[in-house]
Design a protein around this ligand. Sequence first.
Ligand code: ZN
Length: 383
Amino acid sequence: MRSHIKLGRIAGIEIGLHYSWFIIAFLIAFSLAAHFQQVRHDWSTAEIWGAAIITSILFFVALLLHELAHSIVAKSRGLSVRAITLFALGGVSQIETEAPDAKSEFWIAIVGPLTSFVIGVILIAIARALGWTLANDAVNPVGAVLGWLGYINLLLAVFNMIPGFPLDGGRVLRSIIWWINKKPVKSTKIAAQIGQVVAVLFIVYGLFRFFVGANFGGLWLALIGWFLLDAARSSYLQVGILAGLRGYRVRDLMESNCAAVDGYLSVRDFVDHYLLHSGSRCFVVMQDHHVAGIVTPGDTKRVSREEWEQTSVQSIMRPLSQMRTVPPDMPAVKALELMARENLNQLAVMSEGELQGIFSRGQILRFLQIHSGIGEDSRDLAA
Ligand SMILES: [Zn+2]
């Protein structure tokens, strides 16, 4: 997940917001304001909205503390943490490397919900001292803010402990399976499968509640289930991909038989004579006998068909100078991580100033389909 708004750094970790975070902030502010309006007619509009808005801002601080707890434990165990992104359903810590052992994974995962739980208990204790209870929650604005914040933090701790990988609870489960069977890849797959089962239960129960009781809370449960299902599925896939690529280098997967195309050629001629007739999937663009860039089938779509005649290939190519380059002996997994991090579809493979080939997402998929190592755990033994 990429953050849209960068807020700064804490302990070298970039803190950012995803746009979807505003949805949850507005939901909390509006529903609390509506609730206070109903139960406290004597509060001024400023008090009602002040309490609601301060609660959602402090909710953000609490989420951040939850994620910082993950990140600080990860750092103390020697992992590098790049960024924290807060989004609608919580936060994500972008921990660059995988935990080296089951114990580290366990502590990195569980410290987040623990932090939320402790914050929740402390805030509710203070709020209760100020007269707050769940049934009579609007005794005074300060008590209301602290009480609701505490309540939300407890919910956050419970939600995150749902054993649906990649939620914290799923990671804790994974670390326990890993500790028992000593197989990191296999344990992620089991945790992701359990995560999918939990997600489907959420959806079924949520829809059942919705249709039987016409209860909108049920729709929320179904929505959370759908989110969990998607996350569990993609982490299952990711593990398969990482396992399939382990041990391979960029040179093993890259496309090196790229057809050469003259830069002055029109896009029309390129499509008619090269794209449709050569079996090649990668094309290098030549200028004065040098490779100037690459052009992909997707690049032709950036120009409307009517302009194909007048547009040269070199004006739609990706110049080599602007492409991210990698050496041929880089591990394929590292190159894939780089593409994911920088949102790239292809990398130029260079050695001693010469283009050796193109490493692309499409290439990786074809490679995994041919070497159907996907889904096998034989490599666990080598790990
Ligand atoms: Zn967490």
